[in-house]
Structures are given as C-alpha cells and as structure tokens.
Design a binder for this molecule. Structure first.
Ligand code: IPE
Ligand code: MG
Length: 214
C-alpha cells in the first residue's frame, strides 16, 4: 500500500491526511476481497524499516491502526473474516498488542476471507526467525523454514500488487513471492479501488503459471 504521502502532497495536505484516506481504501479493498471470495488478502501496513520515519508520522499511523481495529472488528466478525497479523507485532505499544491479540482470538474460527495485516514486518527478518526456529528443531530445509514463516497459516501467495509506481518488493514476502505473479500500478493507494483490484485479478487469471515446469 504505497503512495499515501504523494496523494496528500498533490492536494497540498499533510501526509496524515493521505494515511487517513489510505485507511478508507483498506476498508474498500477488504470488503471487495470478501465479496470476490478471496481466500486471503495480506496488507503491508507498517514495515520494520518504517521506524525510520519521523515520530509524529509513526504516531499517526499507530493511531490509525487503533481506530481501524476498534471500528472495523465488528464488521470482520459479522462477515466471517479471520484477522491475522504477520511481523514482529509484539514490540508495538502494549494496548495495540492487546487489541490485535483480542481481535485475532475473536476471529480465529472464522472461515471466510483471511485478512492479514503486516505490522513491523520485514521479510528478511521473518526468514531469519523462521530459519532459527527450524534449526532449533534440527531441520534446515526449505519446507521446514516455510513451516515457521509468519505466513504459515495463509495460502500460497498468488498475486502481489504494488501501487504508486514503485517497482520493487521493499522487504515484503520475499520467500513467498518465489512464484507469485506481480502487478504494478501507478495508481496511488488512496485512489486504488475495487475496480483496480478486479483488473489485477482478471489479468492474473489470464497468465500462464508454470512454477518452473513447461
Ligand atoms: C503508505 O504510503 C505506506 C505506509 C507506510 C503506510 P507512503 O507513506 O509510503 O506514501 P509515499 O510513498 O510517501 O507517497
Ligand atoms: Mg512510500
């Protein structure tokens, strides 16, 4: 989810305004994922590198996260959505940790779309943590590491979308992207709509995936 800052700047508004609009997009896209019957949608909300941003921006993002969980949890519950968190979320503020653990527990048995939110997430760190766990169990194979990734309870990654014209992965789902299809768009995240998601999915459906075969 990239481009909130540029979206706000174009309107001569503070970055916080862009992040706020970005949350509206999260709401629209999670609803669309549900309506389309997607098995899982993973959103990169806060990376392990985002701590480099100014403290006031980090505080704005954490505030929006609190409001989002507070306001949207009931909708997840009502619509059979399962909430998951990937990333090292334990180091976030204690009230946020408590809130997200409560939200995950409340939706744990839901069988509809899984919405995974990546918080304090970095893929290299995730792989290192998973490898250490696999090693502690005495087996460092690709399968053993994969089973310890934060995404172990999610289906394989099929399609990776990045908005705002950047064409890089920025430490997101590196392992999981091994055979994922990629879709890049210049649309800034606050302007991204369900219709863009449907476009991405229909182009995805038309692609031939061979997974190294022929
Ligand atoms: C959102 O967009 C990404 C988050 C960390 C939530 P940015 O804040 O990176 O927006 P740009 O890249 O400055 O436009
Ligand atoms: Mg950015």
């Amino acid at each position: 989810m990239d481009g909130n800052g540029r979206w706000a700047k174009k309107r001569m508004m503070p970055r916080a305004f862009g992040h706020k609009r970005g949350v509206e997009t999260v709401r629209e896209i999670t609803r669309a994922a549900r309506d389309l019957g997607l098995e899982a949608l993973t959103l990169y909300a806060f990376s392990s590198e985002n701590w480099k941003r100014p403290a006031d921006e980090i505080a704005d993002l954490m505030g929006l996260l609190r409001t989002f969980i507070r306001n949207d949890l009931e909708e997840f519950v009502a619509n059979n959505v399962r909430l998951q968190i990937i990333g090292d979320y334990q180091v976030l503020a204690p009230d946020i940790v408590e809130m997200i653990e409560g939200a995950m527990a409340r939706t744990a048995h839901n069988t509809g779309t899984t919405v995974a939110i990546a918080l304090n997430y970095g893929s290299q760190q995730e792989i290192a943590r998973a490898a250490a766990k696999a090693a502690a169990k005495g087996e460092i194979t690709a399968e053993a590491i994969e089973a310890e990734l934060d995404t172990a309870s999610l289906p394989p990654l099929d399609l990776l979308i990045r908005t705002s014209g950047e064409v890089r992965l920025s430490n997101f789902l590196l392992w999981q992207a091994a055979y994922a299809e990629m879709w890049f768009t210049d649309v800034l995240w606050p302007d991204f709509t369900a219709s863009h998601l449907r476009d991405a999915l229909s182009q995805f459906s038309a692609r031939e995936r061979r997974f190294g075969g022929r």
